[in-house]
Design a protein. Structure first.
Length: 394
């Protein structure tokens, strides 16, 4: 079985520094270094496609460009790359969302994947006119996915639920193929929704032992529903020819963090209702930047932020959501990927600053090593078998 790798489209802007914000906090000024134009995002998408990434995740929220519109435009500049479009069920009717997905599939040649984001920040949800509390939002997500999946199967749907009501809903044309649904959430009700409705459960980059616990939890819930779920992980990467070079890059990024920005972002993230976000915050110990900068080993690795071998929590000091990165030599990063694979992770959604350059570092450094071990093959390249060796005529 080949592992699946996805990249990330920074629709909040890109930089040689970490673009912070997210989860209800605004993007940091570094996001203006490389604005998220269609031309630049298309450059990243084409690189990801050539390197062998299957898809590219786009975020959702007030801090970034709209994912549906942006990916629809970028898709016209690529041929095979899929787009893992993040969207929030509370912002659009289920019938319209099902229709949008069906249209996207036809116009892109079947290159849509959906990342359902219930929303963990009530203050941000209210800005969009959504005043439900967190648990109610998850229950609504369950109703939403039930309607959408029935519509995709060609059914006529009548449902009067707790939150959603549709009557005689149907699609003129169903999507082919049906988009796979990705979903994440660490609360009990999130696990229930995942078990009933999703294809791939995503977790942020916690240490392997914690990820293994989440996999066992969701797998057991899905089994009770008579279903099976695949598992993926969302991580940043800093991979170089040597471990020293990779950690030097991590140190450079860390040195660029402004203490006041860290303080502001952490204050914003502290009010997050997302259990997953709170788990991310706990990994770096509260965002004490001076302590992090002064806590380094002789080799330059911040000891307080390396929470597992080659797993660095520094990104989470200024960025909401995914806050950890795999840092190390190409061989070390490949070994950490194998460690996650061993506990059940099949898909990796990766990113790095800047996203264009880091796609090449990973794609040309780590993927060939995994291919050599039979763990990955390029999804878009038909590679012929090696020709038999024929001696030259003398």
């Amino acid at each position: 079985m080949s592992l699946t790798f996805h990249w990330f489209l920074p629709t909040n802007g890109d930089s040689r520094h970490v673009v912070g914000g997210g989860h209800g906090t605004p993007a940091t000024v570094s996001g203006r270094d490389r604005p998220p134009t269609v031309a630049y995002l298309s450059q990243i998408a084409r690189a990801a496609e050539d390197l062998g990434f299957v898809g590219a995740l786009t975020p959702t929220g007030a801090w970034c460009e709209d994912a549906w519109l942006t990916t629809a435009m970028v898709s016209q500049n690529t041929e095979r790359l899929k787009f893992l479009v993040a969207f929030r069920p509370g912002f659009v009717s289920p019938t319209l969302a099902a229709q949008m997905a069906s249209t996207f599939q036809r116009q892109s040649g079947g290159r849509l994947l959906l990342n359902v984001v219930t929303g963990g920040e009530s203050h941000e949800q209210r800005a969009y006119g959504d005043f439900l509390d967190k648990d109610a939002r998850y229950r609504r997500t369950g109703e939403f996915l039930q309607i959408v999946r029935d519509l995709w199967e060609g059914k006529t749907v009548d449902l009067s639920g707790e939150f959603l009501q549709v009557e005689d809903a149907r699609l003129a044309r169903v999507p082919d193929p049906v988009p796979e649904v990705y979903f994440g959430g660490s609360s009990p009700i999130a696990g229930e929704v995942a078990a009933k409705h999703v294809d791939v459960y995503l977790t942020w980059g916690e240490p392997p032992a914690q990820v293994a616990e989440k996999i066992a939890w969701v797998r057991a819930l899905a089994a009770k529903e008579g279903r099976s779920v695949r598992f993926g992980i969302r991580l940043h990467v800093i991979t170089r020819d040597t471990s020293e070079q990779a950690w030097a890059e991590a140190d450079r990024l860390l040195a660029g963090f402004d203490p006041e920005t860290v303080k502001s972002v952490q204050a914003g993230l502290a009010r997050s209702e997302s259990e997953g976000q709170q788990r991310m915050l706990a990994l770096h110990g509260g965002g004490n930047l001076p302590q992090a900068l002064n806590s380094v080993r002789a080799g330059g690795t911040p000891t307080g932020l390396e929470i597992h071998p080659n797993l660095w929590a520094g990104i989470g000091l200024v960025r909401g959501g995914a806050g950890t990165a795999l840092v190390g030599s190409h061989d070390e990063v490949a070994e950490r990927i194998k460690e996650y694979q061993a506990i059940g992770i099949e898909e990796f959604v990766l990113s790095g600053y800047p996203h264009l350059e880091e796609a090449y570092w990973f794609g040309e450094g780590v993927l060939p090593r995994l291919a050599a071990q039979g763990l990955w093959r390029h999804p878009f390249t038909e590679r012929p078998a090696p020709a038999a060796q024929v001696p030259f005529a003398s």
